[in-house]
Design a protein around this ligand. Structure first.
Ligand SMILES: Cc1cc2nc3c(=O)[nH]c(=O)nc-3n(C[C@H](O)[C@H](O)[C@H](O)COP(=O)(O)OP(=O)(O)OC[C@H]3O[C@@H](n4cnc5c(N)ncnc54)[C@H](O)[C@@H]3O)c2cc1C
Length: 385
């Protein structure tokens, strides 16, 4: 029997693949999405805590972040689904001169890209976040337009709309090879069959390197374990996501916010990094992060933690995603290496991928694509990872 043919096949129904499927379908592209897991968003997407910001230090992420915020914040009105979007803002707090200097230096580029972000001195910051520990507090940035949403509800919204628009999803099916002839993709092989395609998009998250190797490309994406937790729900007392970028023994930074439904959700960036695919949570995470959080917000000492989990950042050497066409294999598109920001970047990146496939780029897209090029040097380091 002749294999079924699609205009685009997406490998991975995650934070990137599901929105990409939706935007491709909107553009009229006949699309198949394949995922090894039993349902949508079961890779890294379900481990994300839901933070959404345009407050980055890299212009490409700022642009994508701004567009993603537009999509998240208007989704319910536009498409009708509750995704628990809450515009509480983000606040990077400074208790030492080092962090004050870093955060103030970044304001210049952030303002040049139109971000609504300001430096607030101690008293002004305490008006926004009254429960911060006042001792040694210098101030912090506040970007009122950032926010958060539910990764679970968001991916289901993209998935169900994509399906309604005709995208086929096949779950529990692992891609095992990519069919290439004469330097051009022809389709994919899975553990269950073969499908033809003009374009194959690698949106395989932490597994992206293996999926790139299927066409002989080496893409520097490495799984990096991070743990997170959620508390019981309490009445709202906290609006912004609080980010503390002071490195301490055992951790680089940590961040927490109060979700739409009242719970505090938080995670920490371990130091040194924990590389690999192991997603069993540890007993060291909670005591470490709890100490840091209670230090910054003493009121949290009475709240009870309900659940912890561990997930994978698909990390790149410079902390920026890898997005663009392969030069070696025509029709093979990379949308990988989302690091700690795939949930927030996914909606706008999915739209950009649809423009790439439709050969319909907008003038500003080129700057984003240059920054995220698979062929860049990978020499720099993003400051707000
Ligand atoms: C603790 C924690 C907190 C986080 N918090 C945030 C946050 O607040 N905000 C934010 O934006 N991001 C956050 N992230 C990061 C975010 O989760 C990731 O960047 C994002 O989910 C990556 O999206 P992705 O689509 O690239 O990968 P995924 O969502 O993992 O999707 C990839 C999919 O590809 C499938 N796949 C892989 N290989 C194959 C194959 N061979 N065949 C078939 N299917 C395959 C997988 O099963 C998977 O479903 C957090 C991550 C962690 C761990």
């Amino acid at each position: 029997m002749a294999k079924k043919h699609y205009e685009a096949i997406i490998i991975g129904a995650g934070s990137v693949g599901a929105p990409a499927a939706f935007w491709l379908a909107k553009a009229g592209v006949r699309t198949l999405v394949l995922d090894q897991k039993p349902s949508v968003g079961q890779g890294s997407n379900k481990t994300a805590i839901g933070g959404i910001r345009a407050t980055h230090s890299d212009p490409a992420k700022i642009r994508l972040g701004l567009r993603s915020i537009e999509i998240f914040s208007t989704w319910k009105k536009e498409y009708g689904d509750e995704i628990e979007w809450y515009r509480g803002g983000y606040s990077f707090v400074a208790y030492r001169e080092r962090e004050e200097r870093i955060l103030k230096e970044l304001l210049e580029i952030q303002h040049s890209y139109g971000l609504n972000i300001a430096w607030l001195d101690r008293d002004a910051l305490l008006e926004v976040v009254p429960d911060l520990n006042r001792e040694s507090l210098i101030g912090g940035t506040f970007s009122a337009d950032d926010g958060n949403a539910s990764p679970l509800l968001t991916i289901h919204a993209f998935y169900s709309h994509a399906q309604r628009l005709g995208v086929e999803f096949r779950f529990g099916e692992t891609v095992t090879g990519i069919i290439v002839k004469g330097g051009r993709v022809q389709g994919v092989k899975t553990d269950k069959g073969e499908y033809g395609a003009d374009v194959v998009i690698n949106a395989a998250g932490p597994w992206a390197r293996q999926v790139a190797q299927m066409v002989g490309l080496d893409v520097p994406v490495t799984p990096d374990s991070h743990e997170a937790a959620i508390t019981e729900a309490v009445a709202r007392f906290l609006d912004p996501m609080i980010v503390d970028i002071r490195p301490m023994p055992g951790s680089v930074n940590y961040y927490f916010y109060q979700h739409y439904t009242g719970q505090i959700v938080f995670c920490i960036t371990p130091s040194p990094s924990i590389w690999g695919f192991d997603t069993r949570e540890t007993s060291s995470f909670l005591p470490m992060v709890a100490r840091r959080m209670v230090d910054v917000m003493p009121k949290l000492k009475n709240i009870r933690v309900r659940r912890t989990w561990r997930g994978l950042y698909p990390m790149t050497p410079d902390g920026s995603p890898i997005v663009g066409w392969s030069r070696e294999v025509a029709g093979y598109l990379l949308a990988v290496g989302m690091c700690g920001q795939g949930f927030m970047l996914g909606p706008s990146l999915g739209e950009l991928l649809a423009r790439l496939v439709g050969n319909d780029l907008e003038p500003e897209d080129q700057e984003v694509l240059d920054h995220m090029s698979p062929y860049r040097e990978f020499a720099g380091q993003e400051k707000l990872k």
